[in-house]
Structures are given as structure tokens and as C-alpha cells.
Ligand binder design. Structure first.
Ligand SMILES: [Zn+2]
Length: 358
């Protein structure tokens, strides 16, 4: 089954170019944050701006190949199946979702599925960065989300050259990465057909995500990690002013490759602290963690960061989970999507609280 999916991906990789720019490639912070969060992690970091168009088309082809593989294997996974016309429209919107990585010459609609579409996630990252940047640097007021979502207007103002000297005085940013591993191995044999895929238990992932994001009681992931509101309260007691948290999802093959595998979520945080309290907050954070998490935790401190550094820190915190959404077997991707349905994996608190809900 897995081999069939991989063959389908290979055939579709020769699709024609989708996107051409309407003018020069924008170098605004907004454009950079979208590309750094989605385009480069999913393809590669370019050596020159001229490579961005080719990389965008490469990502668009990968995305179309993934959708074709899902459609072939599980035709009803992303559509309702009740109305053929609506289903066709939805499939088309997903496939040709307009890119946010430059201003494209041709139009195109948005599929509005930021939880898995790389283009829509890019737009969501840009909107969230605008909000964070506006709060920390008092930059021009963030655009309304409805306008930001339309795409073209994203690139007005906020040019990246010239204002790089602006610093976040007396503040520091902590970039935190807490990789986790859910204890239960998922058996692929349990999801051999579409019905099984859509009804099989996702082995701890749903419980973990619910517990972390909403604080609902659950024993399945108990002891591994606690609801995030407790962590955020503890961080604020230690002197943290606020932050941004993203729950990134990933999976790794087990002893029998993808026939059994493990979920590997990562908690990524960007914390705003007083410069003098950076070490204290970092220590408090690591002390609160269970040992098996603390051993792999990474905390990077940015003292008095510039706006440009904030761009890359936000992009890193919110980077697209390409290994799961584009490269893992289709079944694994669909299971992860089902597990996160209705849950907010990205949140803000303290001085960054109040951004657009997603
Ligand atoms: Zn989309």
C-alpha cells in the first residue's frame, strides 16, 4: 500500500509550472517570514532570490502530488462525498491554492485549510507575525485579518531594508524546542482501508493534543506533558512577559519502517522576557519538565533582538511540518489531521495574547 503511494508521488512530480511572479520578488518582512516558515523548510534555503520562483513551484508540485495520492487512495478523506460538484470545487481549490511567497501573475483562490495546506499556513504565519511584530515594535498597525488573507496587500510597507537597527530594548526572546515522543507505537495494519482509517484510534495522539491544548482530563498522555495553561502560568511567575506556542506534529518509522511508527510532537515556544530575567525563565522552564523531555530540550536566547531576528524566530516557531504533511505516508498524514480536528495548536499568551485565533 505504501509503495503504491510513493509511485503516485513520483509520476505527479512532472506537472507544469503553476506560479509566475507579477513583478519583482518582495523582500518585505512579511514575505520573508512566510517563505522562512514554509517554503524553505519544505524545499531548501535558496542562495539567491532568483531561486524563489523555482522553489515555490517545486513545493506546489509536491503539494499536488500529495493531494493526488490522497485522492487515489482515500477519495473521501478530504471531501464530503455528498455533492460531486462541491467536491470537485473543493479539490480544485486545494490543488490550485494561491501561493503567498510572492505576488503571482495569475489569480487563484485560497482553500482556507491552514492546518495542512502549505500556502494557507504561510498566510496564517504572516498574519500572526504581523500581530506579534506590531505588539513588540509598535510598527504600523497590523492589517485586518480579512485583508491580510487576500494576499496582495500583504506586501505593502514593512520593507526589510533600513529598519533593521530597531531593537527590542531591555527585552530578550527565548526560542524553546521541546521534542516529545508518545509512548505507544501505531500499527499501520489497523488502517488498511478508508473506513478503518477514518475510524481507527490514533493511539494517544488525540488524547495528547486535547490535554495539551485544552486541559481536558485524560489518562492516556498523563505524566508526559501537562496542559499548556499551567506551563504558561508557571512561566509568567518566573518573569516571562508572554509568548507564542506552536504544537508541531511529526512521526518516525519504527522497527518495521512505516508498518509501525511513533508520533513525535514538538512543543515550540517563543517567549518574551526582561533581558535580566532570561536565565531565570530558562532555568524555571527546564526545571518544570520531566527528565526525559528536559534532556532533549533546546533553549536559544536572543538578547535585544532586531525586527529581522524576530522574523526568523517566529518563522522557526511556526515552521510547516513538511515531513509529516508532504513526505510521511498518506495514512499517517490523514491520521494526524483527524487527531487535531477542532483543536487549536497555535496560541499566544501574556503580552502577545489577543492575536487572530487559529
Ligand atoms: Zn490553501
Amino acid at each position: 500500500m505504501i509503495n503504491r503511494v510513493r509511485r503516485a508521488v513520483k509520476v505527479e512530480a512532472v506537472a507544469p509550472e503553476l506560479w509566475e511572479p507579477s513583478g519583482r520578488i518582495p523582500r518585505s518582512y512579511a514575505a520573508i517570514v512566510g517563505r522562512a516558515a514554509v517554503l524553505y523548510p519544505a524545499t531548501r534555503w535558496p542562495k539567491a532570490t532568483s531561486e524563489i520562483v523555482a522553489l515555490t513551484n517545486r513545493l506546489a508540485r509536491m503539494w499536488m502530488a500529495r493531494l493526488n495520492a490522497i485522492h487515489t487512495q482515500y477519495p473521501l478523506a478530504l471531501v464530503s462525498g455528498d455533492d460531486p460538484v462541491q467536491d470537485k470545487r473543493r479539490r480544485s481549490a486545494l490543488q490550485y491554492c494561491r501561493t503567498p511567497f510572492f505576488v503571482p501573475a495569475s489569480g487563484g483562490r485560497f482553500c482556507r485549510n491552514p492546518s495542512f495546506c502549505p500556502h494557507c499556513w504561510g498566510r496564517a504565519v504572516i498574519a500572526l507575525w504581523r500581530d506579534v511584530d506590531g505588539r513588540l515594535f509598535s510598527s504600523p498597525s497590523p492589517l485586518r485579518s480579512s485583508i491580510a488573507d487576500r494576499g496582495l496587500e500583504l506586501y505593502s510597507g514593512c520593507e526589510s531594508s533600513g529598519d533593521n537597527v530597531v531593537r527590542l530594548r531591555d527585552r530578550a526572546l527565548l526560542q524553546v524546542s521541546l521534542p516529545l515522543e508518545l509512548p505507544r507505537v501505531v500499527q499501520m495494519a489497523a488502517v488498511a482501508d478508508c473506513d478503518a482509517l477514518l475510524s481507527a484510534p490514533v493511539c494517544g495522539l488525540t488524547e495528547f493534543l486535547r490535554r495539551r491544548s485544552s486541559g481536558a482530563a485524560s489518562s492516556a498522555a498523563g505524566g508526559l506533558v501537562r496542559p499548556r495553561r499551567f506551563d504558561h502560568a508557571a512561566l509568567r511567575r518566573a518573569g516571562c512577559l508572554g509568548g507564542l506556542e506552536n504544537l508541531a506534529l511529526s512521526a518516525t518509522p519504527g522497527p518495521n519502517a512505516w508498518d509501525d511508527f511513533l508520533w513525535r510532537p514538538t512543543i515550540r515556544q517563543l517567549l518574551v522576557v526582561h533581558r535580566d530575567k532570561a536565565a531565570a525563565v530558562s532555568d524555571a522552564l527546564l526545571q518544570e519538565l520531566p527528565t526525559h523531555v528536559a534532556d532533549f530540550a533546546k533553549v536559544k536566547t536572543l538578547i535585544e533582538p532586531t525586527r529581522r531576528k524576530l522574523v526568523y524566530a517566529v518563522a522557526d516557531t511556526l515552521r510547516y511540518d513538511a515531513s509529516l504533511l508532504l513526505h510521511a505516508p498518506v495514512e499517517v498524514m490523514l491520521m494526524a489531521l483527524r487527531a487535531r480536528t477542532g483543536l487549536r495548536l497555535t496560541t499566544t499568551f501574556g503580552c502577545l495574547y489577543g492575536g487572530k485565533k487559529r
